[in-house]
Write a protein that binds this ligand. Structure first.
Ligand code: MN
Length: 155
């Protein structure tokens, strides 16, 4: 895991976002940021392997079954980002307002997550987890379609 991509995209003397570092211990939290950038989108982030694995979702994440959302995997974010809210100033990467839309914990066995996160790196597969947030609750699946394109939906 590395935060190089995340850090290269940002000038930390110009954005209020955290520079962050790799964490030794991962809990199992998630956050969804509502990000009013050039296009409004939702950033879905799962704490895993010392970083926040992140996906940009162009529309509101589904609270109910039957709605599938495209989720585009983006660079890993530092775990410090989990509490970030603020305004990224004009001229910076992702300029616009960032607010927390939902947060909570997710569940899956450690073994499964490790196994699955290895698969994520090699570009395969899907994984299932239970979200315990305020807006999103229940079993969800992320399925990789191709490259950075995934689908997120409730099952
Ligand atoms: Mn974003």
């Amino acid at each position: 895991m590395t935060l190089k991509k995340y850090q290269l995209k940002r000038k930390f003397n110009k954005t209020p976002e955290p520079k962050g570092k790799l964490a030794k211990i991962s809990k199992s939290r998630f956050v969804i940021h509502k990000h009013d950038a050039s296009h409004l989108h939702y950033d879905f982030r799962l704490e895993m392997d010392g970083v926040l694995k992140s996906w940009a979702i162009p529309k509101e994440p589904p609270k109910t079954k039957g709605i599938k959302r495209l989720a585009i995997q983006v660079e890993d974010h530092p775990i410090d980002y989990i509490n970030f809210e603020g305004i990224i100033p004009d001229g910076n990467y992702g300029a616009g307002k960032v607010e927390i839309w939902d947060k909570g914990v997710y569940q899956g066995s450690n073994k499964t997550l490790k196994h699955k996160s290895k698969k994520m790196k090699s570009g395969l597969d899907s994984f299932k987890f239970e979200l315990k947030g305020k807006k999103l609750k229940g079993e969800y699946v992320l399925v990789r379609l191709k490259d950075k394109n995934w689908l997120l939906f409730k099952v």
